[in-house]
Write a protein that binds this ligand. Structure first.
Ligand code: NZQ
Ligand code: ZN
Length: 393
């Protein structure tokens, strides 16, 4: 196990009806004037936003609500919020939603505390030095942003989707009320399960095979979220299934599953180009890219894939090369079963792509030939092109 620092300071308030405690927790952290952010309207339709504002009012807090954040959240919207709310005296930010709302909140925090333009942080031109106190009421288990150090926005002018990692992005607390996820459409539940799996898989494929506890935690999360995903799709208001998915979502992306080794994240990088170009849901982009990445990179260490399959998918094949291929088809088959696309042609937003577009995706993913991505097997533009070609079926 390599040396590591583990820092996951977000307080988790987990359980049914915890939503109604949000005002008290903000007060505990000293918030008085709260900017509440939400998405395209599900929080209004489900009544969650009303419950949140009632709780804020009961705690004696003033607040303003602003909605309209969309999936694959846009830089321009986050920057507009910064410009609009600068100097208005808000001392606490609250996201009511999923990764898109939470990531926008983190972008707003950057602008209000460190100045504009916020894209500088995403491009790595400036580093974060402060933040505003912030928290979330999570309505979809997926991105893990409720405890993560990341924020991911899309610059729609340049078609670039970028993330910024900093401990200043870590929220103070997260309300995780599994009942809030009962209203999720099946497709969003499946996208969330896929993203949770990928936060684990993108860390599992690393430079080390002796991080036994870290591996075991990752394998348990995979087994659990896959079973719970099937149950939640069959019974959307099954509390046990929704709880398991929600807790897996945070543990898969609060760095616990990567301790002691490097993180690959090639699939995420390849997938971000698809979301930036075609506005496809993040989870769906990953279900397409992982099988193509895995088949391309498997030869770097087939035994790693084989052992994962034996431990998670109960594969009994003893030959590592064959077991590795069964592992890849096993995950691919699971995603098909829960309704995810696993190739471009199955995603209505994408379809079959021209060679020119595949090349553009590869060049963008390598920041125009200036970087390689990945740890398990570092990939450069030519590799990315082959992987995109493999997904283009
Ligand atoms: O916008 P509304 O109307 O609220 O609808 C949302 C949205 O359409 C809907 N939804 C959420 N909760 C619901 C609900 N519908 C009914 N009932 C509910 N309870 O679900 C849709 C997707 O929401 P979104 O917030 O986009 O989902 P997710 O949490 O998957 O976030 C995806 C974003 O997070 C980024 C992704 O790239 C993507 O932009 N990620 C952020 C990470 C991070 N900050 O650590 C890491 C991830 O790898 C990822 O990159
Ligand atoms: Zn993800």
């Amino acid at each position: 196990m390599n040396s590591f620092t583990y820092y996951s300071p977000t307080r988790v308030i987990f359980g049914a009806k915890t939503t109604d405690q949000v005002g008290g927790h903000i007060k505990h952290y000293g918030g008085t004037h709260v900017l509440v952010l939400y998405g395209g309207g599900s929080a209004v339709r489900s009544g969650v936003l009303d419950r949140v504002t009632e709780s804020l009012a009961a705690a004696g807090l003033s607040y303003e609500c602003v909605g309209g954040i969309r999936p694959n959240p846009r830089l321009s919207f986050a920057q507009k919020l910064v410009d609009e709310y600068q100097g208005k005296g808000f001392d606490f930010l609250l996201a009511v939603g999923g990764g898109s709302v939470i990531d926008t909140m983190k972008g707003v925090s950057m602008g209000l505390s460190c100045g504009s333009p916020i894209w500088d942080f995403y491009e790595g031109k400036r580093s974060l030095t402060a933040n505003l106190p912030m928290a979330s009421v999570l309505t979809i288990a997926a991105a893990g942003s409720e405890t993560s150090a990341s924020s991911v926005l899309t610059n729609e002018e340049t078609g670039v989707k970028r993330g910024v990692n900093s401990d200043f992005n870590r929220p103070l607390f997260a309300i995780m009320d599994p009942e809030l996820t009962y209203t999720l459409p099946a497709y969003q539940t499946a996208c969330g399960v896929t993203d949770i799996m990928m936060h684990t898989l993108d860390r599992y494929f690393s430079d080390s095979e002796t991080d036994y506890l870290t591996d075991a935690i990752g394998e348990a999360i995979l087994r659990d979220v896959m079973d719970a995903g099937l149950l939640a799709l069959a019974e959307p208001d099954n509390y046990t299934a929704r709880s398991e998915i929600m807790w897996c979502g945070s543990l898969s992306h609060n760095d616990l599953t990567g301790l002691g080794h490097g993180r690959d994240f090639s699939t995420h990088q390849l997938g971000h180009e698809l979301s930036a170009k075609f506005d496809i849901a993040h989870g769906a982009s990953l279900a397409i890219m992982w099988p193509a990445w895995a088949r391309y990179c498997c030869s770097a260490n087939p035994r790693r894939f084989a052992e994962l399959g034996r431990r998670v998918l109960k594969i009994t094949e003893q030959n590592d090369e064959i077991a590795a291929q069964l592992t890849i088809s096993g995950f691919e088959g699971y995603w098909q079963r829960i309704g995810m696309p696993v190739r471009f042609s199955e995603a209505p937003e994408i379809g079959v792509l021209s060679e020119e577009l595949l090349s553009e995706l590869a060049h963008r993913c390598s920041y125009f030939d200036t970087r390689t991505v990945g740890f398990f097997r570092p990939i450069e533009t030519a590799d990315m092109l082959e992987i995109y070609r493999a997904a283009n079926r």
